[in-house]
Design a protein around this ligand. Structure first.
Ligand code: NAD
Length: 268
């Protein structure tokens, strides 16, 4: 039986009713953490994730909150503390795309992506850090006072024409993650970025739903397979555990080699 690396801990995962967030929530629960499943609009899917975790013997609840709303985020953290007494792990996963050619991109779509993908991580991390600082390290639970895991993307380093709001939000997450990691490390709080490549979820359905689209996508992936939410879930569960206690302020890519500039494979 797999050891429960996160036993006695609780985690809040944003956007956990779908895709990567769902995979992360399930992996954290399998590692022994109690999980709060945040969703914005799809209550039914969130309840299905809760049911799946409970069926496997875990403990989970769900809570509606828009991560770009300060009021909602504060209410969500209050609920987490009411349910579980404290918090050990925040996974800033919620994110979206509003794609357009640069000159056609509206201010509304620019702001929406920055508000959810970047400001959402700021609002949630600030609440988590306050709770971690108020409690400190609890011996026998974790060597760290708390862990903040920021879902970034290969697009924190790979430019992405037609998606400048998204790429800017992920580039922003990189410096946000590093800066708060620097500020919080003396307080025994770790902050780590995760950079997924192409993971099979609803966000990028058009890139894998037909065999032709998938073949084209695989040209960008040296390892020649699309990633699955479980790939990221297992990584996050490990990063959140004491096995990764010396890791802070860096992004770990899980991308089948997408950041290896595959266009140069045959000498460019
Ligand atoms: P997804 O669309 O399946 O999931 C996104 C989640 O974010 C959904 O649950 C959605 O409801 C939630 N969300 C959106 N706006 C929200 C808001 N205002 N408040 C709360 N929740 C909100 O897509 P996914 O692929 O699972 O994406 C999850 C994260 O992973 C995102 O940050 C995305 O940028 C990142 N990512 C995905 C891939 C990929 O290939 N799928 C690659 C790199 C990074």
């Amino acid at each position: 039986m797999e050891t429960q690396k996160l036993k006695g801990q609780s985690a809040l995962v944003t956007g956990a009713d779908s895709g990567i967030g769902k995979g992360v929530a399930i992996a954290l629960a399998q590692a022994g953490a109690k999980v709060l499943i945040n969703y914005n609009s799809n209550q039914e899917s969130a309840e299905e994730v809760v049911a799946e975790i409970k069926e496997k013997g875990g403990d989970a609840h769900c809570f509606q909150a828009d991560v770009s709303s300060e009021h909602d985020v504060q209410a969500m953290f209050a609920k987490h503390l009411e349910l579980f007494g404290s918090i050990d792990i925040l996974v800033n996963n919620a994110g979206l795309q509003k794609d357009a050619k640069f000159i056609d991109m509206t201010l509304v779509d620019w702001n929406k992506v920055i508000d959810v993908n970047l400001t959402g991580q700021f609002l949630c991390s600030r609440e988590a850090a306050k709770a971690f600082l108020a409690r400190g390290v609890v011996e026998g639970v974790s060597r760290s006072a708390g862990k903040i895991i920021c879902m970034s993307s290969v697009h924190e380093v790979i430019p992405w024409a037609g998606h400048v709001n998204y790429a800017a939000s992920k580039g922003g997450i990189n410096m946000f993650m590093k800066s708060i990691a620097q500020e919080l490390a003396p307080h025994k709080i770790r902050v780590v970025g995760i950079g997924p490549g192409a993971i099979q979820t609803p966000i990028n359905k058009e890139a894998w739903e037909t065999p032709e689209a998938l073949d084209k996508l695989l040209e960008l992936i040296p390892y020649k397979r699309i990633g699955k939410p479980e790939d990221i879930g297992k990584l996050v569960a490990w990063v959140a555990s004491d096995e990764a206690d010396y890791i802070t302020g860096t992004t770990i890519f899980s991308d089948g080699g997408m950041t290896l500039y595959p266009g140069f494979e045959d000498n460019g």
